[in-house]
Design a protein around this ligand. Structure first.
Ligand code: AMP
Ligand code: ZN
Length: 109
C-alpha cells in the first residue's frame, strides 16, 4: 500500500466508503464531488501512481478497469444514452489523487 494514499485506504475498506462493486483486483465507488448525475471511480487495489507508472504485468488490471466500466455503465442504465470514461494523468492533466483511477460519468438528461 502507498503510504498515506487515500485510495489505498478506501480500497482496503478503511474509510467506510460504500462499494458498488468489489472484485479481487478493483473497487468501484461514487465520486464524492460528482461532475454528472452518475460519476463513479473504478480503482485498482494495487497502488499504481498514474497511467505513466503502468507496468507490463498490469495489463490484466487495465482490462479489468475497462470491462468493469462497461458493466457499471449498463448497471447504471446509461450504456445506451452514453457516457464518458477518462483518466487524468499527472498534475497538468488534472490528476489530484495519485493512485490510478478511471472516471465514469454520464446520466445527463
Ligand atoms: P483526479 O482529479 O482524476 O485525481 O480525481 C480524483 C477524484 O477523487 C475527484 O473527482 C474527487 O472528487 C474524488 N475524491 C476525492 N476524495 C474522495 C473520497 N473520499 N471519496 C470519493 N471520491 C473522492
Ligand atoms: Zn494507493
Amino acid at each position: 500500500m502507498g503510504e498515506d494514499c487515500l485510495f489505498c485506504k478506501i480500497a482496503a475498506g478503511q474509510m467506510d466508503t460504500e462499494f458498488l462493486r468489489e472484485t479481487d483486483s478493483l473497487v468501484v465507488f461514487k465520486d464524492i464531488h460528482p461532475q454528472a448525475p452518475v460519476h463513479l471511480l473504478i480503482v485498482p487495489k494495487k497502488h499504481i501512481r498514474s497511467i505513466n507508472d503502468l507496468e507490463e504485468e498490469d495489463r490484466g488490471i487495465v482490462a479489468d478497469l475497462l470491462f468493469t466500466a462497461r458493466k457499471m455503465a449498463a448497471d447504471q442504465g446509461i450504456d445506451k444514452s452514453g457516457y464518458r470514461l477518462f483518466f487524468n494523468v499527472e498534475r497538468g492533466g488534472g490528476q489530484l489523487v495519485f493512485h490510478l483511477h478511471l472516471h465514469l460519468i454520464g446520466g445527463w438528461k
